[in-house]
Design a protein around this ligand. Structure first.
Ligand SMILES: C[S@@+](CC[C@H](N)C(=O)[O-])C[C@H]1O[C@@H](n2cnc3c(N)ncnc32)[C@H](O)[C@@H]1O
Length: 274
């Protein structure tokens, strides 16, 4: 396994670089990810006056959807390790006219907030990317008040996510990326519900519920889908910066193996109490 601090630096650099693509794709993601976002927000059982922390929020979409449920008197702390992502969330909060949102750079593995200082924590597609998800869940529980709620999403099995396995497999074959470290962070690191449940239990969470949600992840054409995928994926820059002929061969190979019009994505969603 590579050096954990090197993994953290590389993760931050990759997501900083992908932030522009995530900013451009916010409307698409909001629509396609809605079933997961709704499940997470419903599970948090939010009430006016509460403080909600969103971790690894990216452009902040999910937490911002919940911010009005906290008014009057409550507030959302929208956070990500990447300052570029936090800027996107700040801009979106202003666009939505929300006045109860604080946007902050926070690393979920060491959350700079006091013990029992929030009522709920939300994290969509973040924990599996963290070098030590157990530490991040421990930190999550530390900042939650007793009986506070956690709702999270992680990607489900590789079999249910061809939109990830096929492009990554092709990038490996062309030598642009290495095979994933089975011990390390990555898109499928928490795709086993048994492991996810154990990590939540080890962090002290109770009343754990885990379900699977299928999303429509397709597009009108392969070209549209591929451009968006490259813009949002941390490894997309490797293809965009590759020689044009290589980039064309990679796209052709992915197109041969994927039916972009009928793609689905499988997410696990989990809720628990502190
Ligand atoms: C797949 S994106 C998801 C963004 C957003 N939650 C969403 O669903 O639209 C993953 C995000 O996790 C963030 N992230 C990864 N590791 C993190 C960590 N240790 N602490 C905070 N954020 C982290 C990345 O910077 C990136 O913005």
């Amino acid at each position: 396994m590579s050096d954990p601090d090197e993994q953290r630096r590389s993760c931050l650099a990759q997501w900083d670089a992908a932030s522009a693509g995530w900013g451009e794709s916010q409307a698409w993601l909001r629509e396609r990810a809605a079933p997961v976002s709704r499940w997470l927000i419903d599970s948090l059982e939010l009430a006016p006056g509460q403080r909600l922390l969103e971790l690894a929020a990216g452009p902040g979409e999910t937490g911002l959807m919940a911010a009005r449920l906290l008014a009057p008197g409550g507030a959302l702390i929208s956070s990500d390790q990447s300052a570029a992502m936090v800027e996107l969330a700040r801009a979106r909060a202003a666009e939505l006219g929300l006045d109860n949102v604080e946007c902050r750079v926070i690393n979920a593995e060491s959350i700079a907030l006091p013990v029992a200082s929030v009522d709920a924590v939300l994290c969509r597609w973040g924990y599996m990317l963290m070098v030590d998800p157990g530490a991040a869940l421990g930190e999550t529980r530390r900042v939650l008040r007793s009986a506070g709620r956690l709702a999270l999403a992680v990607w489900g099995s590789p079999q249910g996510n061809a939109w990830l396995t096929v492009p990554n497999g092709v990038l490996e074959e062309f030598g642009l990326i290495k095979p994933p470290d089975p011990e390390g962070p990555g898109v499928f690191a928490l795709s086993d519900p048994v492991r996810l449940r154990r990590l939540l239990e080890d962090a002290g969470f109770t009343e754990i519920a885990i379900e699977s949600v299928e999303l429509d992840w397709g597009a009108a054409s392969f070209g549209e889908w591929w451009e968006r995928h490259l813009a949002m994926s941390p490894s997309g820059a490797l293809v965009r910066e590759a020689a044009p002929d290589l980039a064309r061969r990679i796209a052709a190979e992915v197109a041969k193996r994927l039916d972009a019009k009928h793609l689905t994505a499988t997410s696990l969603v989990a809720a628990a109490s502190a």
